[in-house]
Structure formats: C-alpha cells, structure tokens
Ligand binder design. Structure first.
Ligand code: NAD
Length: 542
C-alpha cells in the first residue's frame, strides 16, 4: 500500500507539479470492510454468488468485494420496485417532497462519510468530491421545494369554451431504469433519481461497479430520510451483461455515460417505445475574448480544465484565446497549472487527484504522446506521476495541436487541454462549434452583454459567461444537457422532472355534446360550428 503521507515529504522536482500534504488517514481506515459489507447488502443480487473486486485508484489497493447481479436479479429488482411504486405514487406530492428535504439536511450533516467514499472510489481531490455533495443537495432542495408546482394539475382551454372543462395532469412513468457512470457517483446516482422519486416513480439503478459504494451509501441515507427501501433498487454488474436488462424492463430510461453506449441504449429503448434521456460526452470549448480579465480567465480555465482531473463531462478540452492576449493569458494559465498541488490525501488540500483507472491513464497518455510526436508543444505537465500513485497524470496544456491528432476532436476525458488562437469572434464561434458534440462552453469577457451575445451563438446545452461550468450546472431550476452527440433530453428544471412523467389530459363535456344534438341535422351542426369558430377567433376565445 502506498503511504499517502510520504508525498508531503517528497521534495518537489523542478518543472513538476508539487505534491499536496497527504494527512494520516488511509483508504483502508476511511472505508473499513465492515462498512463495505453493510453497503454491499443493499445490492439486489440473489442469484449466483459471484463477486467482483474494486480497487482504490489513489493507491492501487483492493477497496471492496461486491456481489454481481444477474439479468434475473434485474428482473427481480423491477418486480420489487413496481410493487413499492404503487403505494408511493398514491402519496400526496408534499409527503414525497418532504423525503427530499430531509435528505438534503442529512447529506450536509454526514458529508464527510461520502467524501471519503467518493475519494476512495474515484481518486479525485476532496474539493472536487465536495462538488458532488453540493450538486446533490441543490437538486434535493430544488425538487423538494418546487415539485408541487411542477406536478400540479393545470387548467387548459377546452374544446368548446364553457362546455368543455380540461385539465392537464402528470402521472409517474412507473419504474425508471437509470444507468450511471463512475465519474460523479453521488450526483449522477441520487442527484438524477430524486426528481424521479418525487414525481412518484421507483428507480432501478445500475451504477458503475467501480463507484457502487457511493450510490449504495446514498440509498441508505435516502431510506433514513423516509424513502421506502424497495423503491430504489441497485444492481451491479458489467454494462454489456446487465445494462440491456435494465433497459428491457424500464418504463423510462435515464442514461449518463459515453456517446457510444448511449446510442446502443437509445436503440434498445426505441425498440420498446419507451422514452430515454441521454447525458453523453463532450469536447467543450472555453473562449477568452480580447477584453477578458486575464487573471480571472486563467483561474477559471484551471477550474474548467482540471476539476476531477478533467474526468468531468462538462470540463474544457479546447481553449480558444484572442491572439492579442494569447501570450499574456497563456503565461498566467500555464503558471497556475504548473503550481497545482497533486495528491491523494483524504483531506482538503490537493488541487487535483488521480485518474480513475488504467484505461483512463492509457487514453490520456496516448492522446498526449501522439500529439507530441506529431509536433504539439507541452506548455505544462505532460507526464504520468507514478511517484504519487499508480494513476496520477499531470494537468497538461498542449499548444500546436492540429486536426489529425486524436486530442483535437476526440473526448480525452482527462486533464489535457489544447490551446488555439483566433483573430475574430466569428472565427472563434465557428471553431468552437466545429464538433459533433454540444454539451458545455465557457466565455470570458469584461462585457456581460457581449458574453451573452457570443453564448447565444454557441451550440451547447449550457454556456457559462465568466465561469467554467458550475454557474450553469448549479442553476438547478434551469435545464442542463447536451445538443448533437452530447445527448437527448435534459436534467434539472422542469424538463428534469417532467421527463419522468406522462402527460394526461382529462376533458369533461357538459350540457351539450360535440356532435349534432337537439334534433339538429349534420349540415346545421357543421354550419353552427363554422359560425362558432369564426366568433371564437373574432373574440379571441380560441
Ligand atoms: P460508459 O458509456 O462506458 O458507461 C456508462 C454506464 O453504462 C456504466 O454504468 C456502464 O457499466 C454502462 N454500460 C456499458 N455498456 C452498456 C450497455 N451495452 N448497455 C447498458 N449499459 C452499459 O461511460 P463511462 O466511461 O463510464 O463514463 C464516461 C463518459 O460519460 C464520458 O463520455 C462522459 O463525458 C460521459 N458523461 C456524461 C455526463 C453528462 O451529464 N452529459 C456526465 C458524466 C459523464
């Protein structure tokens, strides 16, 4: 086991990112096996006693042995969830919303427990793990407070004024199949499930195996807040093995992950005629306009590119800077990037943690090595840091990246950003939009109006002006999601909850039917209705 405290004493080597103090706590002491066993009991896995091991990315040591669910277990999970959902849907919205508000308070109070788990499972710095607590708490409070407004019955204009009384109602879909990735295990498991629950649904969730403990912990906490235990089923297993079963039984599918898997999930959902929201990958751009505050922009670019070691769907991998300020901006950005303290301590203090897996390390190293071989220049970072832990990679800035290089257009999903210079805003907007993805972007300028005008021309689901990503993501009353290859549908806001409902129109007719009556023949009925339509238009009744 790597001694996390050793990093603090290691002398910083020239040109390398310094190591953050580690602190005395180890992964093994923060996530004891008794806790793992308690959480593992929450997995729906009654079938064959197969298990899988997960590894702590920070140190490479074994973290947990978890049961594996089979497709038959997934079927059982749906049965249990379906039974629980009937009673849950019958409760008034305010009773369901109260569970979310209690969860909000419990989460803030017990955050240290889950910060340890997130760090142990993902390897990210504690500050970045805290972003997940923030995101889940914001979603809990928003939907806890606003659900009644989103879900209430709404009077609509009827077919015939006065004679038709029409109401639009919202009904829960039933059981939502939710498939989540490893990179934001709290936010993308419970954060996305909360609006489904408050709308009256049950959820069968397949988190990534690597980060299942965090989802299981959130489930325990939500049960403590008052959620009936069977309402949230968690199944664990390989995506290609049990993922299709999760889609097969769902009344609606909520998927977050790569564009490649998202397409497959969408096809399965389409074949069953069930709806799906897809939150997928990105190749996000940050624009530094000529009038930007360069210190703030450099600081913001660091957050945009290196939070969660770049393993964040909305993080920035392409940076466009106006030629007139490029040298000055890049000097400040590179200086801040080189100063970031890397570390794996289970405490605040590190500016960036490690990557999550060998696979991520291979992709990140591969993109950087290929670009450098083909002529790109490294302005900061560029190397793995095995001296800190098996999966650390330095925050990296590349200059001189050209279209033939993988790093130019493919999602790296790591701490690597390429910089490009532009002369006009039109050129910058066209370059930022020259990707099939459309998730997030960021614009830096001292002129807010100009920033919003540029934002309106960018084809991404969220745009942040003078912030990296948290301003738009944290605006939970407003939709968040992707255009193009970045997805379908939205989380947050009205779309984030109404996707988990079916609209139902109930129209009651009174006094007269909509058809010939009172001895009227068909021709008289048609003439009367024609006159009626003209009158309604004239009086703006319809
Ligand atoms: P992934 O697509 O490999 O896996 C995502 C989930 O799908 C996992 O739980 C996995 O087990 C499961 N899965 C795999 N194959 C499946 C199949 N055939 N059927 C059903 N489920 C299957 O993605 P990943 O590598 O875990 O996550 C990283 C990707 O997620 C990146 O592209 C990132 O941009 C994206 N992401 C997007 C958002 C967003 O909000 N847009 C948020 C986080 C991550």
């Amino acid at each position: 086991m790597t001694d996390l405290t050793a990093d603090a004493q290691a002398p910083a080597q020239p040109g390398r990112n310094p190591a953050a103090p580690g602190g005395a706590r180890t992964v093994a002491s923060a996530v004891p096996q008794a806790l793992v066993a308690r959480l593992a009991a929450g997995v729906t896995a009654a079938g064959e006693p197969r298990t899988v091991d997960t590894v702590a990315p920070l140190t490479g040591e074994r973290l947990a042995t978890l049961p594996q669910s089979t497709p038959a277990d997934v079927e059982l999970a749906y049965e249990l969830a379906r039974r629980a959902q009937r009673n849950w849907a019958a409760l008034p919205v305010r009773r369901r919303a109260a569970v979310l508000l209690r969860f909000h308070d419990l989460l803030l109070k017990r955050q240290d427990e889950v910060l340890d788990l997130i760090q142990a499972e993902t390897g990210k710095a504690r500050l970045h793990a805290f972003e997940e607590v923030l995101g889940a708490a914001l979603a809990a409070r928003h939907y806890g407070r606003a659900a009644q407004k989103y879900l209430r019955d709404r009077r609509r204009g009827g077919a015939v004024p006065v004679l038709t009384h029409t109401v639009e109602a919202r009904r829960p879909k039933g059981v939502v199949g939710q498939i989540s990735p490893w990179n934001y295990p709290l936010e993308l498991s419970v954060g996305d499930a909360l609006p489904a629950f408050v709308a009256g649904n049950a959820v069968v969730n397949k988190p990534d195996t690597q980060t299942a403990l965090t989802a299981l912990w959130a489930r325990e906490l939500l049960i403590e807040a008052g959620l009936p235990a069977d309402l949230w089923q968690i199944v664990i297993g390989d995506g290609p093995v049990i993922g299709p079963a999760v889609v097969e039984h769902a009344d609606y599918v909520s998927f977050t992950g790569s564009t490649r898997t998202g397409r497959e999930v969408a096809q399965r959902a389409a074949a069953r005629l069930v709806g799906a929201s897809l939150e997928l990958g990105g190749k996000n751009a940050l624009l530094v306009l000529a009038d930007a505050d360069l210190d703030k922009a450099a600081e913001g670019a660091v957050r945009a590119c290196f939070s969660s070691a770049g393993q964040l769907c909305i993080s920035v991998e392409r940076l466009f800077v106006h030629r007139s300020v490029a040298d000055e901006f890049l000097a400040r950005f590179a200086e801040r990037t080189r100063a970031l303290r890397l570390g794996g301590g289970l405490a605040y203090g590190a500016d960036m943690g490690s990557l999550v897996s060998e696979r991520q390390l291979e992709v990140v190293s591969g993109h950087v090595e290929e670009a450098v071989k083909a002529g790109a220049t490294v302005l900061a970072g560029g190397r793995a840091r095995p001296d800190l832990g098996p999966l650390f990679f330095e925050p990296t800035i590349l200059d001189g990246v050209t279209p033939g290089m993988a790093v130019c257009a493919e999602e790296t999903f790591g701490p690597v950003v390429s910089v490009y210079r532009f002369d006009t805003e039109d050129e910058a907007v066209a370059a930022a939009n020259s990707t099939s993805y459309g998730l997030n972007s960021s614009v830096w300028t001292k002129d807010g109006r100009r920033g919003r005008a540029v934002a309106a021309r960018l084809r991404t689901g969220t745009v942040n002006v003078n912030e990296a990503y948290a301003a738009a993501y944290g605006s939970v009353a407003s939709p968040m999601g992707g255009m193009g290859d970045s997805g379908l549908g939205r989380r947050h806001g009205s779309e984030g909850i109404l996707r988990y409902t079916e609209a139902q129109t109930i129209a009651s007719q009174r006094l007269l039917p909509i058809g010939p009556s009172l001895g009227m023949d068909d021709a008289r009925f048609a003439a009367l209705f024609t006159t009626g339509l003209r009158a309604m238009k004239a009086f703006r009744l319809k």
